[in-house]
Design a protein. Structure first.
Length: 153
């Protein structure tokens, strides 16, 4: 066998070994990612999606624009509604879900109600004026309730 043929065959074998190793590595990486996704779903909350949503809320709150503050409250309310759904609270609307929450299940239920009432005024009262202080207070209520919901099992 000539040295050129030997190098060619050896190179082909190395490429095949590399491709096979790469395939095994990618399969293992996919399995690990799948297990992480299953674990997150098993816990009932997609933490990455929740964190991204909350960062959006804070981004809207930290502007000088009243319409952004209103949007922050609406988005925080959606996060709370989605979390209540994931925690298996029943009801068609956010209010129906909140009615089904017992005080011993969620200590901050009254705060969540107050924040939701502000959201309703934004959504249903034409010309509703929102101060940054009131928006910040509402977001702090959502934060407390969301943290409590996230830590409950």
């Amino acid at each position: 066998m000539s040295p050129t043929n030997f190098i060619t065959i050896f190179s082909i074998i190395l490429i095949l070994v590399f491709l096979f190793s790469a395939f095994l590595f990618l399969k293992k990486a996919k399995d690990i990612k799948s297990k992480k996704i299953i674990k997150k779903k098993r816990e009932g909350v997609d933490l990455d999606q929740f964190k991204e949503g909350w960062e959006g809320v804070l981004g809207h709150l930290n502007t000088a624009n009243e319409s952004d503050w209103k949007l922050a409250i609406i988005e925080a309310d959606k996060l709370a509604d989605n979390l209540l759904i994931q925690k298996k609270y029943k009801g068609e609307s956010m209010a129906e879900k909140l009615v089904s929450v017992e005080k011993d299940e969620l200590r901050s239920i009254d705060l969540l109600w107050e924040a939701h009432k502000i959201r309703n005024r934004i959504a249903h009262k034409t010309g509703f004026k929102l101060s940054h202080q009131e928006a910040t207070r509402a977001i702090s209520y959502y934060k407390e309730a969301l943290e409590e919901l996230m830590s409950s099992h």
